[in-house]
Design a protein around this ligand. Sequence first.
Ligand code: GLU
Length: 492
Amino acid sequence: MTSQNSSEVRVRFAPSPTGYLHVGGARTALYNYLFAKKNGGKFILRIEDTDEARSTEESLRGVVDDLAWLGLKWDEGVDPVTLKDFGPYGPYRQSERLEIYKKYAEQLLKDGKAYYCFLTDAEIEKQREENKAAGNFHVNSPYQDWSLDKALEHIKAGNSAVVRFKTKGLQKDYILHDLVRGEVKFPSDMVGDFVLLRSGGMPVYNFCCVVDDYLMKMTHIFRAEEHLPNTLRQLMIYQGLGWAAPQFGHISLILDEDRQKLSKRKGAVACGILKQEGYLNSAVLNYIALLGWSHPEEKEILSVDEMIKAFDISRLNPSGAIFDRVKFKWMNSMHLRALPNTELWQAIQPYLAKENMQLPQDPTWQDKSLNLFKPYMEILADAVELYRPLDDKSYAILPEADETLKWEPTKAVLTAWSDLVKAHPGDYMSEEEFLKYQDEVKNKTGAKGKNLFMPIRVAVIGKPHGAELKILVPLLKKSSLVARAEQALSKT
Ligand code: GLU
């Protein structure tokens, strides 16, 4: 067996660009990244795009953008901007490596480890029907013992063939020492002769994966549990080619609250959507890291650097992890609160801009508003409803205020409030000043309880229920408060 001489840890994330990056894929990428960083190794992004019908450039763009947004920087692979190759073991797109696969398929054919198979789909279907009772069906190809010359002549004569891997002689019990699951035993008859190249010459995933992992000098493969059956085929291919296999670790599934495989049904699982909704990349990484791995001191809020420091594959959990959306939001709120206000202000801008909100440019005001709103913000998009009452354009007296406006004491309350605001010296009032004015309105008009608070709330936010006034009022300019109070008053 040829063994790989490098002591450098090399791992990869190998997405198929057939859809979007979901949290499961992101977690696989993250564990590989953490393992590489922890061991001073390399993290490689390889694109598995041999499924011509389903792979798209648009999907590749999306996956690459999402990985870059997450901050999982790769050392080799496709460039995050140009999508062109970089690194010494390229090309990194499987669709550009077809000649390489062909070469190794020919080697296997020559060595008698693979053969051209001329069975038609109909013939295979017939075999399947006939063996229905047997349960574990394997193709029985009469072509497995044909000489290569005979097969090549048959092809020359116009017959089309797939290349099948010959499992004869390799069907022993395979034992995988999985880095996550411990010993995994594959019974000898689990697979039959499987396809390496389709009839058009296009190679299949299992074959490309082995050739690439070997040539790209991968030392460890961390991937989803659902790939376990592929691993048996891949181990056979390694053996057929006389190559030492890397070490494998199969990561547990991410489950929904109902213990089913995570689905879109219950909310976003696509990284792109999480980003749009205003989850921070640091929170996404933190949360998915803990789905299947835990910190040795059970710490929950972790930066990527802390994760790298503490990462140890012995703490990867082989059982499924539940994606708890409530906890995820909470974790995001923790990361959001830890951001400096200047950064958080920048981060919420796209959400406010989308709603055309106009808010003060003054950094002191921005800082103050964030200090007050941060405890109520779980995702960035929450900023919209928190800030909306502060946007003058958005102020309107809503139908739900009608009843309050009809109450007998309302006019007097609003008049007193408006007079006090007008008389206030300076642009903004403090929380204490607001509370003092509220008391003064009460003393002046004799209104109390809801007769006092609800009209004032209408005069500040246009409706009798909602955000706490002692938080909002100090953030509203005197001129805005006056204009709003007058508008409310005019409706009494
Ligand atoms: N392209 C495969 C996938 O997206 C990668 C599997 C592997 O890591 O070997 O599932």
